[in-house]
Design a protein around this ligand. Structure first.
Ligand code: PFF
Length: 452
């Protein structure tokens, strides 16, 4: 399917689009509260190890599979191993994960766009300091607000996808990623100059290993994979759009470094401000919507500007990621022969329906009474997509690269047909791909599932 006419136009385009996919709600919404829950810097250390030793290896793995096959996941695996067509199920599993992640993404992005709107119109600024939790609950359980905003967000996604890979995804990523970096840096400067900010930095950079258990390690691994958008086939699709002359190692390194930097910067922007306002950092998923607006309000007039900038930042980060999810599902259907625009439309309608159901499952919402196992539907999907599905998809994908695909094909792809020197290849292939990454994935996954 994809070739240089329909894929990304340059290596820079690849880096920005894939970094756009990687940098998202995971970095700004989820990473800080996971860090808060599992020991601050202790979590950061484990996270960095997972990101570089497993996440980045998987990113390269997906790029190799995508560019070598030039197909979306369902066909990519059998194209590279025609003897065993059942590997297509790994690709299909990825599509299932993407669909669920996109659902969660739409719900949270809907809140984010809603909060952006409310910070623009001054609604947020008018709320008394003890009213943010109530406001969030009322917002999330309202019958129309989350739905309207999630649909607005989805329509923007759809327009980008209908624009195509080069004129839609690549252009939007090239525009939004630099703005995103500037915004996050501006927020860091403000946060760090607040009185009492150093407590937040202490919290982020002083490890407390006593808070780390197996469940935490699984959550951190899930987060490392989720954050790099690996384990569900998205990077196989983006890999299929990578030009032949791009260097896969360099591309993956840039994307990983960008992703880690933005997550850490988001922590630096959020924690000092939270401590400076006398709030608790372990606010869970509500941290961004219940604690931060309070922090902004306590900054006086300028706080309003920061609220607008923050929710704009979060909406933009969410957009470049959800685009990659919608693109993955669209590319999958069009790789099966469906017209691209029709595929994008069908996926959008289906995912919107599930997202509305998930959005209604909040406390006070119309479907909040349905709580199998004590969790509502949103929490179930969030837990599944945050901790379990990415490591499972990742494990199968890396086993494919290390034990099924031909070693020479991998070397050929990573060296751009012998034109690049890749002295690191034996370590990458013999140690990381075949043993370290799969073993680590397996151990953490089994221990986490068994609740050791
Ligand atoms: N990497 C995104 C984030 O950190 O928010 C989430 C994501 C996007 C996961 C795309 C998976 C994906 F395919």
């Amino acid at each position: 399917m994809a070739n240089n006419k329909t894929g990304f136009t340059s290596s820079l385009g690849v880096v920005l689009a894939a970094a756009g996919s990687a940098v998202g709600l995971g970095n700004i919404w989820r990473f800080p509260y996971i860090c808060g829950k599992y020991g601050g810097a202790a979590c950061l250390v484990v996270y960095l190890a997972f990101v570089f030793l497993i996440g980045m290896v998987l990113l390269m793995t997906e790029f190799v599979i995508g560019r070598r096959s030039r197909h979306a996941p369902e066909k990519a695996f059998p194209t590279l191993c025609p003897k065993h067509p059942s590997w297509k199920w790994v690709g299909l599993f990825g599509m299932f994960s993407c669909f669920l992640i996109l659902t969660i993404y739409l719900v949270i992005s809907g809140w984010t766009v809603g909060y952006f709107w409310e910070s623009l119109t001054g609604t947020l600024a008018a709320i008394p300091n003890d009213g943010f939790k109530e406001h969030f609950d009322a917002f999330a359980s309202s019958t129309w607000k989350p739905v309207v905003f999630l649909i607005v967000f989805l329509v923007i996604n759809l327009l980008v996808i209908l624009g195509g890979v080069q004129k839609g995804i690549e252009k939007v990523s090239k525009l939004l990623m630099p703005i995103l970096l500037i915004l996050v840096l501006a927020l860091c400067v403000r946060s760090l100059t607040l009185p009492g900010a150093s407590k937040g930095l202490d919290y982020l950079f002083h490890p407390d290993f006593s808070l780390l258990n197996w469940e935490g390690i699984l959550a951190i691994l899930g987060q490392a994979l989720f954050s790099l958008s690996v384990g569900m086939g998205t990077m196989i699709v983006y890999g299929s759009y990578i030009p032949n002359e791009s260097n896969i190692l360099k591309t993956a390194t840039w994307i990983t470094v960008c992703d880690v930097c933005i997550a850490v910067l988001a922590g630096i922007a959020i924690f000092p401000a939270v401590f400076a306002a006398g709030q608790s950092p372990a606010g869970g998923p509500g941290l961004v919507y219940q604690v931060l607006p309070l922090v902004f309000n306590s900054m006086g007039k300028v706080g309003m500007v920061f609220a607008i900038l923050f929710f704009l930042l979060l909406s933009m980060a969410a957009l470049t990621s959800s685009i990659s999810l919608l693109e993955t599902l669209t590319a999958w259907l069009s790789d099966r022969g469906m017209k691209r625009n029709r595929a994008a439309l069908i996926v959008s309608v289906l995912v919107a329906l599930l997202a509305i159901v998930a959005a209604y499952s909040f406390t006070g919402g119309p479907l909040s009474g349905i709580t199998p196992g004590g969790k509502n539907l949103f929490d179930w999907i969030d837990r599944l997509t945050g901790a379990y599905l990415p490591p499972m998809g990742a494990l199968a994908t890396i086993i494919f690269l290390g034990w099924v695909m031909k070693r020479e094909d991998i070397r050929d792809e990573l060296s751009n047909h012998g034109t690049l020197r890749i002295a690191w290849f034996p370590v990458f292939y013999n140690i990381l791909v075949r043993f370290l990454a799969p073993l680590a994935l397996l151990v953490v996954l089994v221990a986490g599932i068994m609740g050791v």
